[in-house]
Ligand binder design. Structure first.
Ligand code: FE2
Ligand code: FE2
Length: 264
């Protein structure tokens, strides 16, 4: 499914012709539609959460359930503006399907909370902070970077949640999310790569340290908010940050690799 996709980019006063090894928006639409047909959670199972497990994971479960339910209005606005600029209107549909998949995560976690008789919360400081930042942000680049960091923390979070419980139903919900999230990171990293290389050399060098600071600070913030759950899943702060450092390096390698840029 990988193809060479040429993007004629005319933003920011100069024209850059990029040849990036990435999938087209049409490919991504096909992927999201096909993935939506997979039912990986057996809802006939009853939840089996012990009192101890509930005490450890409930707060984080409620917070991530809330975070996964965003309507994505601002992201759709930013991606529509961006898609018009690059002449790829299919991209907006791909983003809509991406948001729908995130909402599926929120719905599944919500359904699980209902099943264990716990409330879905309406407010969480981390969610409020992230929503405020998203509200103020109309740049596709900043959006994409923020989503990559959050998705990367999500991979560790859902693995920790899975490891912190013996409940088969909750483990299945986590596995389903983890499968989706791996594709989300590829989807967003490809986009960040194409945006990154539409910048001048000065712009690219200027951005790299900013990406790094943003990635590490956000990672530390997510640890702080959900450390109880991360620890219950077998993580230490140093171990968690090492995993995030690896994910950061992988992201940077992808967007700066020589494969990703062949300016014609
Ligand atoms: Fe998600
Ligand atoms: Fe995601």
């Amino acid at each position: 499914m990988n193809i060479n996709f040429e993007i004629q980019s005319t933003f920011y006063k100069w024209e850059i012709k990029l040849k990036i090894n990435m999938q087209t928006s049409k490919n991504w639409i096909e992927h999201f539609k096909a993935n939506a047909l997979h039912q990986r959670v057996d809802w006939n199972l009853s939840p089996q959460l012990t009192t101890h497990e509930t005490g450890t994971i409930l707060h984080s479960l409620q917070a991530w359930q809330l975070g996964e339910t965003s309507e994505g209005k601002n992201l759709i606005m930013a991606s529509t503006k961006y898609a018009e600029r690059i002449g790829d209107l299919y991209y907006v549909n791909a983003v809509r399907l991406f948001i729908k998949e995130e909402q599926k995560h929120g719905n599944n976690l919500g359904r699980y909370l209902d099943a264990i008789g716990q409330p879905r919360i309406q407010k969480d400081w981390g969610d409020t902070l992230f929503r405020r930042i998203r509200y103020l942000n109309t740049s596709m680049e900043a959006w994409t970077l923020a989503v990559i960091v959050v998705e990367s923390t999500a991979q560790i979070f859902y693995q920790a949640l899975k490891d912190a419980t013996g409940c088969v139903l909750l483990k299945q919900i986590c596995t389903d999310i983890l499968i989706d999230e791996a594709y989300h990171i590829t989807f967003q990293t490809e986009r960040l790569a194409s945006i990154f290389y539409s910048r001048s050399e000065f712009g690219r060098n200027f951005r790299k340290p900013f990406y790094k600071v943003f990635f590490y600070c956000t990672s530390a913030l997510v640890w702080f908010a959900h450390r109880k759950l991360f620890k219950a899943g077998g993580n230490t702060f140093n171990g968690y940050m090492r995993k995030m450092a690896y994910k950061y390096q992988k992201t940077i390698n992808t967007i700066t690799s020589s494969l990703a840029m062949q300016i014609a």
